[in-house]
Write a protein that binds this ligand. Sequence first.
Ligand SMILES: *[C@@H]1O[C@H](CO)[C@@H](O)[C@H](O)[C@H]1NC(C)=O
Ligand SMILES: *[C@@H]1O[C@H](CO)[C@@H](O)[C@H](O)[C@H]1NC(C)=O
Length: 556
Amino acid sequence: MAARATTLYALLLTSLQLLLTCHVTLAAGGKWDLLLSDVGISAMHMQLLPNDRVVMFDRTNFGPSNISLPNGNCRNNPQDAVSKIDCTAHSIEYNVESNTIRPLTVQSNTWCSSGSLRPDGVLVQTGGDRDGELKARTFTPCDNNECDWVEINNGLARRRWYSSNHILPDGKQIIIGGQRQFSYEFFPKTTFPNVIDLPFLAETNDRGEENNLYPYVFLNTDGNLFIFANNRAILLDYVNNKVVKTYPTIPGGDPRSYPSTGSAVLLPLMNLEADKIDAEVLVCGGAPKGSFILALRKRTFVKALDTCARIKINDENPQWTVEKMPQARVMGDMTLLPNGDVLLINGGSAGSAAWELGREPVFVPDLYHPENPVNSRFESLNPNTIPRMYHSTAILLRDGRVLVGGSNPHGFYNFTGVLFPTELSLEAFSPAYLEPEFARLRPKIQSPNSQSTITYGMNLKVKFKVAGGVKGPVKVTMVFPSFTTHSFSMNQRLLVLDNVRVKKTSSFFGALFGKSKNYEVQVKTPRSASIAPPGYYMMFVVNENVPSEGIWVRLQ
Ligand SMILES: *[C@@H]1O[C@H](CO)[C@@H](O)[C@H](O)[C@H]1NC(C)=O
Ligand SMILES: *[C@@H]1O[C@H](CO)[C@@H](O)[C@H](O)[C@H]1NC(C)=O
C-alpha cells in the first residue's frame, strides 16, 4: 500500500515537473515563413534601420537584376560583362511592417563592402569593387519612400574590399583591412594620419588563401578593439596604434575568416557596473586550412569545421575553450537573439566561401545558450528548404524574428543550370519564443515610448505588462542593429542592463480586480560609450527567456 502510494506520488510529481518544464522551457523548434519569393536582388548585404526598414544590396556589374530602377532610370555601366546599360536596381528597401519592397539607386559597385549605422540612424557604408572601392555612401532613413543613396567620392583613402567596419565611441567608424590592405582608416577622415598600418593583417594573410578577410572586429568594453583574423586575435588600441594584448591561436589552428568563413559574436555583455566586464567572444565554424585551394583547384570539398571557440577577452591570461557544434558549418551566420541566445543559421557543411566552392547546405539552425554549462549549450531547430550558401544573410528584427535572405554563389544572376540558384527570396525564422504557447509569458513594453532618447548612466524605469504574470527575475536587453554580409554581423552587440527588483504597479482595472499584471523594472543604462557606442538600439524586456517586441531607443 505504502509502496503504491509512493509510486503514485512519484508519478504525480513527474507529471507536475513535466508540466512545469513544458511551461518554462522553450522547446527547440521555431518556424520558417517565406515572406517574399522575389525581391529582385540577392540580399548579399543587409542593415536594419531605426524605422524598421531594411536596406539590402548586392553588386552592380553582373547583369540585370529582377527589379527595375525607379523612374525609368538606367545606368551606363561599361564594367558590366552582361549589360553595359543597366536599367535595373541592385539595392532595395524592405518595409518590415508592410512586407513590401522598393528599388533604390546605387551607382557604384558595392560588391563585398561594409558599413555601420551612425549614431543619428544614418547608414554609412564604404568600399566595394572597382568604381566603388574608394566610395562612401549614406542612406538616411525616411518614412515617405523618397530617400535614396548618396555617394561620396574618395570617402576612403585606400581601396577597401572585404573590410570590416565598427562604430566607435566618438560616433566615427573605423574600417579595417580588406584585400591587400594591411591597415585601417576612419570615416569621416581624421586629421592625424588617417591610414595606419596594421602588421597583424599581413601576418594572418595565408599565401594563396588569405583567410584574414572580413576580420571579426568588436569594440571591447575598455575602448580597445578586439580584432580576429584567420585563427587568432589581438586587442588594439587604435588611437595609439598599439597592440595591447595578443591572444593565443585557436586550438587546432584552422582558419575561421574569409574565405574559410566561420562567424563570430561578442556574447551578451552583462554586469555592466563592474570595474572589469567579462566580455567574451565566440567564434564558430569555418573551413580547415587548404579547403579553399582544394575546392578551387581539385573540386574537392573538405568537411567544414564543427567547433566553436570561446574566450574571455579581458582575462589576464585568456585561453580558448573549444566546444563541438551539432554539425559542421562554413558560411553560417551568427545572430544574437533578444534573450541573449545565439542563433547559428545558413551556410553549408563542406567546401569554402567564394564562387561555386560551397557544398552540402545546412538547413538546420542551431541555437547556442551561452549561460548553460559546456556540452548542454546547443539545440538543433526546425530546418528550412532553401539553401542559403555563399552571399546569404541573417539579421534580427525588432519583433524578434530573424530575417534571412541572399545566397548567390555565382558571378552572375544564375537561376538555372547551377547547383544552388541565385536566391531572390526573403524568409523569416521565428524562434520558439514567438510560438503562441508562450504568449502569456511575453512582456509588452508600455514605457518608455519607442524612439525615446536615453542617456548614459541613468536610472531608467521600464514599464511592461505580462498576461501570465512575472515569477522570476526579468532581463532588459539592448541590441545594436548590425550591418551583415559574408556571414559576419558588424557592430552586433547585446547588453543586459543591470536591474533592480521588478515590482508590480497597480493599474486602475488591476487594482479593481486585485490582479494587476503591470510591472516596472528599474535599470541602469550603460555608463560609457566604450560599453555601448552611441546610437539606436532595440530594447527588449525578457521574461522567462521570452522577449517582448522591442522598442527603439536612442542612446546618447
Ligand atoms: C523575375 O521576375 C519575373 C517577372 O516578374 C518572374 O516571372 C520571375 O519568376 C522572376 N525570377 C525569379 C528568379 O524570381
Ligand atoms: C550565368 O549567367 C551568365 C550571364 O547571364 C551566363 O553567361 C552564364 O552562362 C550562366 N552560367 C550558367 C552556369 O548557366
